[in-house]
Design a protein around this ligand. Structure first.
Ligand SMILES: [Mg+2]
Length: 269
């Protein structure tokens, strides 16, 4: 069995995203940035994750770049880190901490042949987004682009218009907190998960996530859990019957996800 899960706002949470129904002494720090604690899970979440790790393969599947992923060491504190990790939304797969070159070369070729490379995207970004609510434009290791936006001034009503315009160019969009992502259609979490599934010979996949960038992963798994506080639920995109929503929100939804997955993985062991 494979448990393929998104990290941010699914298993780990910042102060802003964790919600109010958690106490300080429940929290475990899992990421530190510039000397300050940045992301957390609950102690209960962490012990459920270790139960899962004993019974199944845990595969982190994140849009974080390698440097950003390597900061979340606290998740595996005192345990062995997973053999594989999917990072950069599926453009890169780490095996024992090292990128699998052939995988990323294949993705690069697909991006080039579909003309979804950053140098083609940038003029379009400039054309649509010379707006004062765009605070920064960032490139993630040459794979995809995200804008840091001022959410208070961001025109939510225009999001559908932007999404349709960029979809025609081969780019998917996703708004998560202050980040507005532009992802080439060839870079998917599901594609990378399928590769690992094959490598491990796994026959059953459980997946978890919260955003629009997680939906392909959740659709391609056998049993999936979607965090109810996330972008995917808010956007009301129709989903298949094997995708279940959490009852809880914030860091407690993370706990609920891990509790359910631990139960299933121990049963199936
Ligand atoms: Mg997420």
């Amino acid at each position: 069995m494979l448990f393929a899960s998104d990290l941010d706002q699914t298993l780990i949470y910042s102060r802003n995203s964790m919600g109010m129904d958690v106490t300080e002494d429940e929290l475990v720090e899992v990421e530190r940035y510039e000397g300050k604690p940045l992301s957390f899970m609950t102690q209960k979440s962490q012990s459920e994750l270790w139960k899962i790790n004993d019974a199944a393969f845990f595969l982190p599947v994140t849009t974080r770049t390698q440097a950003q992923y390597e900061r979340v060491t606290g998740i595996f504190e005192g345990q062995q880190a997973p053999r594989f990790a999917v990072i950069s939304n599926g453009a890169v797969i780490l095996e024992n901490g090292q990128p699998i070159k052939e995988w990323s070369e294949g993705i690069r070729q697909q991006c080039v042949s579909r003309k979804t490379i950053i140098s083609d995207l940038m003029p379009e970004i400039e054309r649509y987004f010379s707006e004062d609510w765009v605070l920064k434009v960032r490139q993630a290791d040459d794979w995809f682009v995200y804008l840091i936006v001022d959410r208070a001034r961001f025109p939510e009503e225009k999001l559908n218009f932007y999404t349709t315009a960029f979809k025609k160019l081969g780019w998917g969009m996703s708004l998560q907190g202050r980040k507005l992502y532009f992802m080439p259609e060839s870079i998917t979490k599901a594609g990378a998960m399928e590769y690992i599934k094959e490598r491990l010979g796994a026959s059953y996949v459980i997946a978890a996530g919260d955003s629009l960038l997680d939906l392909d992963l959740l659709e391609s798994a056998d049993y999936s859990i979607l965090a109810s506080h996330g972008e995917a639920v808010k956007s009301a995109v129709p989903t298949s019957e094997h995708i279940h929503r959490t009852d809880k929100y914030g860091i407690k939804a993370g706990e609920e996800i891990l509790g359910r997955v631990a139960e299933i993985s121990v049963q199936r062991k």
